[in-house]
Design a protein around this ligand. Sequence first.
Ligand code: GNR
Ligand code: NI
Length: 185
Amino acid sequence: MIDPLPAIPYPVAMAILDIVKIPDEVLRKVARPVDQIDKKLRSFLDDMLDTMYDAPGIGLAAPQVGVLLRVVTIDCAGEDEDPTPLCFVNPKIVSVSEELSVYSEGCLSIPEFYADVERPVSCGVKYQDRNGVDRELLCEGLLATCIQHEIDHLDGVLFIDYISRLKRERIMKKFIKLAKLSDAS
Ligand code: GNR
Ligand code: NI
């Protein structure tokens, strides 16, 4: 009888990345497509998922952690449901419904601010998964809202771009002030 080999504990790669807030200019840049889906990218995707769950948020786009690549993670599962981590590499919206819906959106890069945004209630998204396989997903409801919000991030667009200029400028001012305060300390 051969003794079973004892399990060797190994460190689980896990990194919580810093989330960039407005008015950081990286949030206004257009992200570059990913051309190589390799181990390094998969490890970054895992870090993004860890960061998203830690925040917590239902979505995260790479520019929000300062990386200008077209990469998004999402998990829209409810609190009483099993997690459904999704990774989107080079996502592209290929169709949208005529029907629109309004959702009170928030953003980890604009903490504690929420505003109603109207978007197509469903959309088709083409992307590559974490293994580089081409996929297409029909998104509806919260997932549709979230993937549109995330793809906007890849193009330097924030949900406050859809609200009135007065409200947007007020919220920008508040965060510019906060950034100066934390620079000083
Ligand atoms: O956690 C998030 N919640 C959310 C709610 C409504 C619409 C979009 C979102 S995405 C947001 C996380 C985030 O900032 N992703 O970019
Ligand atoms: Ni966001």
